[in-house]
Ligand binder design. Sequence first.
Ligand SMILES: Nc1ncnc2c1ncn2[C@@H]1O[C@H](COP(=O)(O)OP(=O)(O)OP(=O)(O)O)[C@@H](O)[C@H]1O
Length: 252
Amino acid sequence: MKNKVITSKNVHLFYGSFEALTGIDLDFNEHEITAMIGPSGCGKSTYLRLLNRMNDLIPNVKIQGDIRLEGEDIYAANMDVVSLRKRVGMVFQQPNPFPFSIYDNVVYGLRLAGVKDRGTLDAAVETSLKQAAIWDEVKDKLHTSALALSGGQQQRVCIARVLAVQPEVILLDEPTSALDPISSTQIENMLLDLRDRYTIILVTHNMHQASRISDKTAFFLQGRLVEFDDTKKMFLTPREKETEDYLNGRFG
Ligand SMILES: Nc1ncnc2c1ncn2[C@@H]1O[C@H](COP(=O)(O)OP(=O)(O)OP(=O)(O)O)[C@@H](O)[C@H]1O
């Protein structure tokens, strides 16, 4: 039995009076990739952002339910949100490197945490860029601007930036939807390589991506979790008619 890294029970989220999540029960195993799919507006990103408290910043949000990381209530009053976000890193749809060098981007979180030793920083840069499958492309220009890279390269640097602080969980919100097919495939292959070390949760609109790289899939519809299962099983024999209709392109 795999260890459950994140558990969530009866999660509701309200934007003002609008209930965007209507009681979600969903758990994530370590060393698995879970894909979250569903039509636009079904609540996938809202749910993903709950897992490292990114919704806290939005005004008039009300959150109910129980979400735990390794058994710890992440909404407990004594939870340190900065350290939570180190343990649960996030990659966004648009690559968002800082306007610094590649090197300074990757070590950003470590420097914030007070790490100054040059050898430690150098080693973290090399390891993280290798894990993010971009070391060979950038090793000779670590001190040039990350903004001069292609979109796909920028996204891999952003992933290296998350990996450098050694998270347990990586959240990715449509990480390849702004990228060309070759860059998307590079990122998919990298995520498959990272699976042995991390728990990966991915929002995607791309059904091929979900079926190709995820172990589990969660299908959301209008704020509900309709179905959650092994990806192969869900794509071949969905339990629910709504899932089948969505996978067959009948809506969304
Ligand atoms: N900051 C916000 N304030 C008010 N409503 C919001 C906010 N963010 C999202 N919503 C609403 O909550 C619902 C869920 O949005 P969410 O972005 O989570 O959906 P999604 O499934 O990720 O969609 P997409 O695939 O288009 O990104 C939508 O109806 C959306 O309009």
